[in-house]
Ligand binder design. Structure first.
Ligand code: BEZ
Ligand code: FE
Length: 287
């Protein structure tokens, strides 16, 4: 047997060992995973020391993960696997709002606000009025859609990254009769993904940065439609071209308008400069 034949025999034997898997999809996944993992090891001619370093790295990723921090998802994010999966499962309908990564900072049970309410609740930053509509891809307005939003404050931290259990910079509301929505929050800021663990070490070792461009997260649900998980990004942000998790899509980059202190269109009077943005959301009907 040649060296190549010996190596391929190992792969064939492992693939064959999964042949009896009853669940067809599971069989497809584990056999394909085996082929690709083995091809990777052959491709880089993986040494024993490198195999050990890889196991050590994944062990640290596991030890860093708990119910507050998901280092495996972060690893998937910086490897682009999260965005590749989003892309593979993208809506088929042209015109639907594009998705992006979910990220680790969504929290169940955020407070509900009425249309026009303020989700900042003490999050630091320049006030920002967000308006838009929720529609189906056929153009019909979606009343009563549930819109969840969350974001980092001007120092680049989510509420859950501070001590205590204060909820700030997050909330949810329902769209009105014409699909319209509006809320106040703060202008989002760029921030680093958590980089004090093994994923941060990987970024440092490979000369990559941890920064994400300023963004506001949305999760939108309406009956009969696919759930949308996305962000809006601020046009002009210096990190749009270098998002640590590859989440930027051109259609999600919007202009934030700047306004001097004074009255906003909804009657709120601000004693500081403020910003606004419009983001119209289009959901894909479920087949
Ligand atoms: C976020 O945008 O919240 C996020 C996404 C991926 C990794 C870390 C943070
Ligand atoms: Fe985020």
């Amino acid at each position: 047997m040649t060296q190549q034949e010996r190596e391929e025999a190992v792969t064939d034997e492992v693939v064959a060992s999964f042949a009896g898997t009853k669940d067809e999809r599971l069989r497809e996944i584990v056999q394909s995973l085996t082929r690709h993992l083995h091809a990777f090891a052959r491709d880089v001619r993986l040494t024993q020391e490198e195999w050990e370093a890889g196991i050590g790295f994944l062990t640290r990723v596991g030890h860093t993960t708990d119910d507050k921090r998901q280092e495996f998802i972060l690893l998937s994010d910086v490897l682009g696997l999260s965005m590749l999966t989003v892309g593979i499962n993208a809506p088929a309908s042209p015109g639907a709002t594009e998705s992006t990564v979910f990220g680790p900072f969504f929290v169940e049970g955020a407070p509900e606000v009425p249309i026009g309410g303020d989700i900042a609740r003490g999050a630091k930053g320049t006030p920002c009025r967000v308006t838009g509509s929720v529609r189906s891809t056929d153009g019909s307005p979606l009343a009563g859609a549930r819109i969840e939003v969350w974001e980092a404050d001007e120092d680049g931290f989510y509420d859950v990254q501070y001590d205590g259990d204060r909820s700030a910079g997050r909330g949810w509301l329902r769209s009105g009769a014409d699909g319209e929505y509006a809320f106040w929050s703060v202008r989002p800021s760029p921030y680093p993904i958590p980089d004090d663990g093994p994923v941060g070490d990987l970024l440092a070792a490979t000369g990559r940065g941890p920064m994400r461009p300023a963004h506001l997260h949305f999760k939108v649900d309406a009956p009969g439609h696919r759930t949308l998980i996305t962000h809006v990004f601020a046009a002009g942000d210096p990190y749009l071209e270098h998002d640590a998790v590859f989440g930027v899509k051109e259609s999600l980059v919007v202009d934030f308008a700047e306004h001097p202190a004074g009255a906003a269109p909804d009657g709120r009077v601000l004693d500081t400069a403020w910003t606004s943005l419009n983001f119209d959301i289009v959901l894909e009907a479920r087949p």
